[in-house]
Design a protein around this ligand. Structure first.
Ligand SMILES: Cc1cc2nc3c(=O)[nH]c(=O)nc-3n(C[C@H](O)[C@H](O)[C@H](O)COP(=O)(O)OP(=O)(O)OC[C@H]3O[C@@H](n4cnc5c(N)ncnc54)[C@H](O)[C@@H]3O)c2cc1C
Length: 367
């Protein structure tokens, strides 16, 4: 049977990735309708942090300037008594206000011509009905626990971390241009704890913990708040200004396109497993999806194309994650320091693309 070009794209989910896809499709002249269950796209957007590499932001072209709250030059990686400082003389990443970012993505999508339906939660029967009409494409950009994925029988994402984060006033932050990552098989088995300075007197502390852990993420967070590694760098003051629990997928979904249905962003597990960052790869894959749709090719082409472009780097992130999850980091930090790799990473490191770091490392060796 010949493949018929669908007439309309229905996006389920108005997170950053769904909104970015809506914008790109509308810019390509496609008819696009986005359904978001919340009444505002900014509602709940701050349950996640907003660290994005400057190089990644350039690639995806989000309107992010109004959302910048801090500039980052590097990171402390802390494992037990070992601390690795990777700092660059130039800005590496921004901390973005996630609520403002969501609003600016919404404005860009509307300006491009996308229709956004807020307060519209689609349920299984809506989705099934919409998909029966073959002139519709259904795109699940509906996050880690994707209703679109379960309705159409996509295979499950196997690895998750549960997160907890809170913002505090801070008496003292060692350096406002540096984030801290705290590795521990106790309070943060499965990811790490972090501190992200928003300004000289406000800081976010958070952590991710394996979804199979016996501890809840909020109990793990209380341990983290008392841990010497973090309290020696950040001194918080008073009660949390706000706090949120959430989750992050750490593995890609084995299948992301089927007939006239596809998944993108967290729904597809397009997340860096090392850090849980999902915006850059989610938006890059949204770009790939918008190209496939506007070229009139079947959605299987999207699956082939995003895996060909980004599968290797996402795989490297998985490998690095499984290495550090085994708790080998103290010794690794010592070795990296002896090899001078902290300086190399500060100069040539790329937060998003481990294959690029490897290439630069090999080229430097050859040179
Ligand atoms: C604590 C934490 C910290 C993070 N820090 C970073 C970071 O620093 N940098 C980074 O790049 N990434 C970070 N991430 C990951 C990042 O937030 C996600 O990868 C990104 O938000 C995924 O976007 P999305 O649009 O795919 O999904 P989501 O942001 O989850 O959006 C999905 C949307 O779909 C809507 N929806 C769901 N079901 C339905 C339905 N049935 N009908 C209609 N609407 C529906 C939801 O309301 C939601 O708005 C972090 C995540 C967490 C939890």
């Amino acid at each position: 049977m010949d493949y018929k070009r669908p007439q309309r794209t229905i996006i389920v989910g108005g997170g950053v990735v769904g909104l970015h896809l809506a914008r790109r499709l509308a810019e390509r002249g496609e008819e696009v309708e986005l359904h978001e269950s919340r009444r505002e796209v900014s509602e709940g957007a701050d349950r996640a942090s907003g660290i994005l590499s400057i190089s990644g932001l350039k690639k995806i072209g989000l309107d992010h300037e109004d959302s910048i709250v801090n500039t980052l030059y590097g990171a402390y990686l802390v494992a037990g008594s070992e601390r690795l400082r990777i700092a660059s003389g130039r800005p590496m990443a921004y901390v973005l206000d996630r609520k403002r970012l969501a609003k600016s993505c919404e404005r860009a999508a509307i300006k491009a011509g996308a229709r956004i339906r807020l307060g519209s939660r689609l349920v299984k029967t809506d989705l099934q009905e919409m998909s029966h009409d073959r002139s519709n494409l259904i795109i699940g950009a509906d996050g880690a626990v994707s209703m679109v994925a379960s309705t159409f029988g996509f295979p499950a994402i196997r690895e998750y971390v549960l997160t907890y984060k809170a913002e505090f006033r801070s008496e003292e932050i060692e350096e406002t241009g540096m984030v801290g990552l705290y590795f521990s098989r106790g309070f943060a088995k499965g990811l790490f704890g972090w501190h992200v300075p928003y300004s000289s007197d406000t800081v976010e502390l958070g952590l991710g913990i394996d979804h199979r852990a016996r501890l809840t993420s909020s109990a793990a967070f209380s341990y983290f708040m008392k841990d010497k590694a973090s309290t020696s760098v950040v001194k918080t003051r008073g009660r949390a200004l706000s706090s949120h629990a959430s989750m992050i997928p750490l593995s890609t979904r084995p299948k992301t396109a089927k007939g006239n249905v596809a998944l993108v962003g967290d729904a597809a597990g397009q997340v860096k497993a090392t850090t849980g960052g999902g915006i850059i790869y989610g938006c890059l894959c949204a770009e790939t999806l918008s190209r496939t749709i506007s070229s009139g090719k079947p959605l299987s082409e999207y699956e082939r194309s995003w895996r060909a472009s980004y599968g290797r780097d996402l795989g490297f992130h998985r490998l690095a994650h499984s290495y550090y999850s085994k708790g080998n980091l103290q010794r690794t930090f010592r070795i990296l320091k002896v090899l001078g790799m902290d300086g190399f990473l500060a100069r040539y490191g790329d937060m998003d693309s481990p294959s690029l770091i490897l290439k630069r490392f090999l080229l430097r060796g050859l040179a």
